[in-house]
Every structure is written in structure tokens, then in C-alpha cells.
Ligand binder design. Sequence first.
Ligand code: IPD
Ligand code: CA
Ligand code: CA
Length: 259
Amino acid sequence: MKQLEVAQHAAQVGGVVLSKYFRQSFDVRMKQACDLVTTADVEAEHAIAAVIRAAFPDDAILGEESYSSDASAERLWVVDPLDGTTNFAHGIPHFAVSIGYYEAGEPVCGVVLNPARNDVYHAVRGEGAFGNGERLHVADHQALSESLVGVGFYYDRVAMMRATLDSIADLFGQQIHGIRRFGTASLDLAQVASGMFGAFFEYELSPWDFAAGRLLVEEAGGRITTCRGEPLPLAKTSVLASNGILHDSVQSIVERHLV
Ligand code: IPD
Ligand code: CA
Ligand code: CA
């Protein structure tokens, strides 16, 4: 599929920009309290958009920093040029380029690349999910007591933070193996798809954070919804991803605390 090839190439091009700046000097500014953006985010996004535009000049692009197409566009590319900016800004090699391609609001293909490890994930609707070319499968955990759970914290430091911490406490009450907060939502979803996390949740994410990762989860046999169990909109939303088996158990906890 040409769109997958373009997404893979664009992700590599974005990854080269990120690698050029990683652990070097770059400008950092605040978009809002605790929400950083660097030179690398902006430059990588322009480089990615140039690859997409060259191949598909009529398609729309929704990118976190500079591309604001309507999410309802018929043929839409959803780009996070640097997912995990906080990790990147602190020299932690856990960040990603995330590119999802949608038609009529439905995911068609997606690519997530961690340039620091050269790990690349991709999925095509109906054709499966892959990590470095190997087919991905979600974990077969039957109970929370067999699982590691990933979590993300939105930038809110008040009600949503408290709700997230309350959910974590309840999850520990289910004897989970542990909680991980790695700081890159697209890679968190890749870790659900790879069977490392039995589940992952975050109370607020943007479309570019999950546009590609949601297809990885679904094509690896998992389930992804809002934290209330509704179909995921291509908009700001809460997100719950799981191996499917654990979905209702995690949902009953995270939904209870959702503000
Ligand atoms: C952030 C990361 C993080 C998640 C935040 C996102 P950014 O994306 O995915 O893991 O917890 O909610 O905003 O800002 O680094 O692209
Ligand atoms: Ca992001
Ligand atoms: Ca970003």
C-alpha cells in the first residue's frame, strides 16, 4: 500500500531530524504549564509533512504543532512529530514519531518509530500489526493479577492528576504486577500491542497521540475505547487500551474516577 510506504518513509525522515537534536542543544518553550515544545518537534513535523505532501498533495494533515486540518477530512494524515517531548528534552531515549492515515474517519494504516532504539511498528487495517517486521499479539492475560499496566498523566495537575492516582491505587488493589509511566503514549499503545502491558489508560489524549497506536492495538487483537467504553473519537478523549480480556475490569476502575 502506497500510504504505508509513505508513512514509513515520513517517519524515518522525522526520526532523522529528532536524532540530529537529541542530547544536543535546542530551544525549549512552554505551550502551557509543564507542556514543552522544542525546535525538534517543529522541524520534524515540517519534514514529515513535506514527504506526505509530495506523495499526496490533496490529502489533509492534522499535526500537533503546525498543521490544523479538520479531523473530519476524507483523507487525513494525523502526525505527532515528537511524542514524548518531555523525555526528549531530558535526554531520555524513549520518544517517537507517530503517523496515522485515516479515510472517512477510520484508521487505514499507522506507523510508530522510536528513533533512539530504531524500533518501528506498523499496522494496516485487516492485515495485522508488526514490530520490526514481527507480527504483534496482545498478552493473553486472563486477570489483572497477571498484568503490568501502563498509564499516562495529562498536563493537568489537579483533578485529573488526582483521578489518575486514585485509579492507580485501585489497580494495585487488584494485585497487578506494577504500573509503568514511560511518557510516550504512542509507544505505550505499541506496548499493549506487543503484549508487554495488559492495559494502558490516560484520561486525556489528543488524536495525534493515539492515531497510529490505536490501529496497532486493534490489529494485534486488543481493544481500544474511551475510559467509558465508548468508540474512540478522532478528538481529545480519554483512552483505554487492553488485550480485550481485561478491558471491562480496567474500565470499571478507570471510569469510576473519570472527572
Ligand atoms: C505526550 C505523551 C505523554 C502523554 C501526554 C502527551 P507529547 O505527548 O504522549 O506520554 O502522557 O498526555 O501529551 O506532548 O510529548 O507529544
Ligand atoms: Ca504526543
Ligand atoms: Ca508531540
